[in-house]
Design a protein around this ligand. Structure first.
Ligand code: NAD
Ligand code: TYD
Length: 361
């Protein structure tokens, strides 16, 4: 691995991965391609280790010419494809951009990769890799009593976001099968950690609780997600790049299944301890139950025995240890928090999503 193209590397997981990669591999060059949607930010890339090995390209995977330019300018041998629209609630309110970026954008990237990989076939199959980052949501919703799903489980996506990720997974597999493009895919559970845009459950609850605003739990909060600390996800992607078998899909999860209500209560009690002088304590009093998400998937749970057995990867953080680190990061990074909260995208989202929900509208 010499020149790694990371798409979406200014977003939450992508920026954590870029940091991880620069630390992990002392010679790698990272080409970070990101259009900087509301969820992406240059602020997420401040203070990168060994930043001269990182090149940022401000462009769009919907633009094939822009992608082709990157392959002309750099001898890309590895692609790690994070770029996507990622929020289920936004996909319900406006699905079109999810189709454009997640499906068509992935298609564009595959096409450019295919052309350039064939052009460099003298390097041999193992000198090139297209790693696609996907989600546990493609498998659809589970019931409480269902066992965790493995990589053979049928796809049954149920939100526009999940359907767009499932479509992109199928395209990536098709390119592997049809054109021998050396692909791998990882389907990961819910991530948490530093630099996550405060529209997703954990950062939204942490920031709202810190400033004494209400904590909106959808429905009755009984839905279950499996949480993974973001660095554990980065380590899994690294393991797949190093040791993963071409053509294979790997499930990645933290083995932390909790209901949304339990998660919010844990955040509240950690904040009570970490901010003993807060006038908002006990933070639990801020919890409000609001209108449910339409088509809300009840539970996701992944069987991760393939990646643990075949690649020796294991998550290191527990929910408690990762949550403590995450809350500490949001408390210590006031400048990041205030620039994010001042963004129109954040303010508009709060108005559009939560105020209406809270009013039952
Ligand atoms: P994010 O929303 O924080 O970041 C997405 C990044 O992609 C942003 O920087 C954005 O600017 C960029 N982007 C979006 N559209 C683009 C386009 N058309 N061209 C170029 N860049 C574009 O998302 P995240 O949570 O970091 O998720 C990253 C990836 O991981 C996504 O593919 C997502 O589906 C997947 N994933 C996320 C989770 C999770 O819990 N967050 C879990 C499993 C898988
Ligand atoms: P989210 O972080 O949006 O991730 P995903 O929908 O991809 O799992 O939501 C996680 C869970 O938390 C999901 O069941 C919806 C719920 N949720 C709330 O109850 N309140 C909120 O404000 C948000 C953002 C999510």
């Amino acid at each position: 691995m010499q020149n790694v193209l990371v798409t979406g590397g200014a977003g939450f997981i992508g920026s954590n991965f870029v940091r991880y990669l620069l630390k992990q591999d002392p010679t790698v060059q990272v080409i970070n391609f990101d259009v900087l949607t509301y969820a992406g930010s240059i602020e997420n890339l401040k203070g990168l280790p060994d930043a001269d090995r990182h090149t940022f390209i401000h462009d769009d995977i919907r633009d094939t010419d822009a992608l082709a330019d990157v392959f002309e300018s750099f001898e890309i041998d590895t692609i790690v494809h994070f770029a996507a629209e990622t929020h289920v609630d936004r996909s319900i309110l406006g699905p079109a951009i999810f189709i454009e970026s997640n499906i068509l954008g992935t298609f564009n990237l595959l096409e450019v990769a295919r052309k350039n990989w064939s052009g460099h076939s003298h390097q041999g199959q193992h000198a090139f890799r297209f790693h696609h980052i996907s989600s546990d949501e493609v498998y659809g919703a589970l019931r409480a009593e269902d066992p965790p799903v493995n990589e053979q489980h049928a796809y049954a996506p149920r939100s526009p976001y999940a359907a767009s990720k499932a479509s992109s997974d199928f395209l990536v597999r098709a390119y592997g099968h049809t054109y021998d493009l050396p692909i791998t895919i990882s389907n990961c559970s819910n991530n948490f950690g530093p630099f996550q845009f405060p529209e997703k459950l954990m950062p939204l609850m942490i920031l709202n609780a810190m400033s004494g605003e209400s904590l909106p739990i959808y429905g009755d909060g009984s839905q279950i997600r499996d949480w993974i600390y973001v660095d554990d996800h980065s380590a899994a992607v690294w393991a797949i790049l190093q040791k993963g078998r071409v053509g294979e899909t790997y499930n990645v999860a933290g083995d932390n299944q909790y209901t949304n209500k339990e998660i919010v209560e844990m955040i509240c009690s950690l904040l009570d301890k970490m901010l003993p002088a807060s006038s908002h304590s006990p933070h639990k009093q801020l919890i409000t139950f609001v209108d449910d998400r339409p088509g809300h998937d009840f539970r996701y749970a992944l069987d991760t025995s393939k990646i643990t057995t075949d690649l020796g990867w294991h998550p290191h953080e527990t929910l408690q240890s990762g949550l403590r680190k995450t809350i500490a990061w949001y408390l210590e990074n006031e400048a990041w928090v205030s620039q994010i909260k001042q963004r129109p995208a954040y303010q508009e989202w709060i108005e559009e999503n939560y105020l209406k929900r809270a009013e039952g509208g």
